[in-house]
Design a binder for this molecule. Structure first.
Ligand SMILES: *[C@@H]1O[C@H](CO)[C@@H](O)[C@H](O)[C@H]1NC(C)=O
Ligand SMILES: *[C@@H]1O[C@H](CO)[C@@H](O)[C@H](O)[C@H]1NC(C)=O
Ligand SMILES: CC(=O)N[C@H]1CO[C@H](CO)[C@@H](O)[C@@H]1O
Length: 321
């Protein structure tokens, strides 16, 4: 067990000499160059805070040291602390981090979370990214993205480069029977878009996340590679509530089955209290089901979803709220 200074006093009081505590403390590490940030990421300990100066950090940044539930690792800056890269700018391959306040811009990908759990990404700005803004891959679960501003992603190839991407297409799984389960991720109170692909892409094989209180802007939709809605829902058991979307070339949300070997996905998702402004396609529907009877009618679309400047709530069935 690792204790940092916050707990050391208490530990001393009860006369427990914790060896780890003797050479550890919740350090604050201030960094103002690429090499200092890279060194800080290598040497960081649970409970430490890395503070980014208001400068541009150009390079490749990878976090591999885990924090803990009691002592997460914090990386914070302001919107003037900017990470940029020729590659993916921030590679979070660890758990129990809080990333807060800074900007990721002008990079190939924004933040890649690979096998990272229980991380919180908050108040970040992610913009002008060639591919995905924030991508959870390789069994990254229980993460939160909140109060972030993610826009101008997918700048090079129309239809590729989502704002937030959860999981991976089944062609990237290790085998057709081993979904890349990125589960229970929460995307809340973000402003997402315009993006060159979906604002959020929820991949098959993932489940049980929450998409709530987000504002989606669809004005950069490409109509390439099915980029014709704010959110593609191919995962199952998501709650999609209290979101607001503006402008689309087809629909607001699309629920689809996309699975290997004739399997089904996109089941038992719940839509409540979303407001969809379908300006851009007055014939669109807010929540489009690829199959009207998707997964034995298990999609729950409540009548408290509201549509303006468009057609119906859904081409499926509406449940009284
Ligand atoms: C979010 O970041 C901005 C820009 O750095 C800062 O001004 C603001 O206080 C932060 N908001 C919160 C809630 O921390
Ligand atoms: C789905 O709903 C439709 C329309 O109410 C109904 O005809 C169909 O039998 C339902 N399918 C299942 C599997 O419940
Ligand atoms: C029906 C409706 O308008 N529901 C909500 C959709 O989400 C936005 C943003 O959270 C709310 O302001 C709406 O009240």
């Amino acid at each position: 067990m690792y204790y940092c200074t916050k707990l050391l006093f208490h530990v001393a009081l009860v006369f427990i000499v914790n060896h780890a505590a003797l050479h550890s403390s919740c350090a604050t590490i201030e960094v103002d160059t690429t090499s200092k940030l890279q060194a800080a990421l290598r040497n960081v300990q649970p409970g430490d805070t890395i503070v980014l100066a208001e400068v541009e950090f150009y390079g490749f940044f990878r976090a591999e040291v885990d924090g803990t539930q009691e002592n997460p690792i914090v990386i914070e800056g302001t919107s003037n602390s900017v990470l940029t890269s020729w590659s993916s700018a921030f590679n979070l391959e660890a758990s129990w981090y809080i990333l807060r306040g800074f900007t990721i811009a002008n990079s190939k990908k924004g933040i890649l979370i690979d096998g990272g759990n229980f991380n919180v990404l908050e108040n970040l700005t992610v913009h002008t990214i060639e591919e995905e803004g924030v991508h959870f891959r390789f069994f990254s679960s229980d993460n939160v993205v909140k109060e972030c501003h993610i826009y101008n992603t997918g700048t090079t190839r129309p239809g590729y480069g989502e704002g937030v991407y959860i999981g991976q297409d089944y062609s990237k799984w290790s085998s057709p029977s081993e979904p890349d389960k990125c589960d229970r991720n929460i995307i809340i109170d973000n402003r997402i878009g315009p993006c060159g692909a979906e604002n959020i892409d929820i991949k098959e094989g993932t489940c049980c996340g929450i998409i709530q209180g987000n504002y989606f802007i669809g004005t950069a939709m490409s109509n390439v590679n099915s980029d014709d809605s704010w959110v593609d829902v191919k995962g199952s058991e998501y709650e999609i509530i209290d979101n607001e979307g503006y402008f689309t070339i087809k629909d607001g949300y699309q629920v689809r089955t996309h699975m290997p070997e004739g399997g089904v996905s996109g089941c038992r998702n719940v839509f409540r209290r979303n407001k969809s402004d379908l300006s851009g396609n007055t014939n669109g529907v807010a929540i489009y089901l690829n199959s009207r009877t998707q997964c034995d009618n298990s999609t729950q679309i409540y009548s408290d979803n509201v549509v303006i400047n468009g057609g119906e709530i859904t081409n499926g069935w509406v449940i009284p709220a």
